[in-house]
Design a protein around this ligand. Sequence first.
Ligand code: INI
Length: 156
Amino acid sequence: MSRVLEGALDGAGLRVCVVVSRWNEFVTRRLLEGAEKVLRERGLADDAVTVAWVPGAFELPTAATWAASSGRFDAVICLGAVIRGETAHFEYVAGGAAEGIRQAAQSTGVPVIFGVLTVDTVEQALSRTGGKDGHKGEEAAQAAIEMANLRKLLTA
Ligand code: INI
């Protein structure tokens, strides 16, 4: 019989850093509100959640690496919104954020969650932050809790 491990969606005792981009703040605030709501609902205390603002999505990996390598957090959540219609260099900003966030996770071993919307229009961004297409901020917070708990199981 296989031994199956899954990270519980229980945030009690976890410490999480949310790094959030100020660019397209009307969207990223919605992402942040969703993430904070789920973290609270899942049992994290208010003082167990740290929020750090950065200028844009391109800066998310740098701040995430600082937080992840500090030893102070069980998971880091990166929140941002890159909207193609308003970004001439969409691929560079979105691709740099994605690759940098992957590297931050792999170089530190701490879960660093990709909560960055990469969309064509403002309407798509809004529909993914509490509209008909769910809430990427809420999903990011759930992923952070699951991965933080799975890490404990796999590294104990
Ligand atoms: N940053 C974003 O987070 N979203 C965007 O849509 C965006 N646009 O449109 O350019 C954006 N640019 C800023 C970038 O992330 C950096 O902050 C900037 O280039 C300084 O390094």
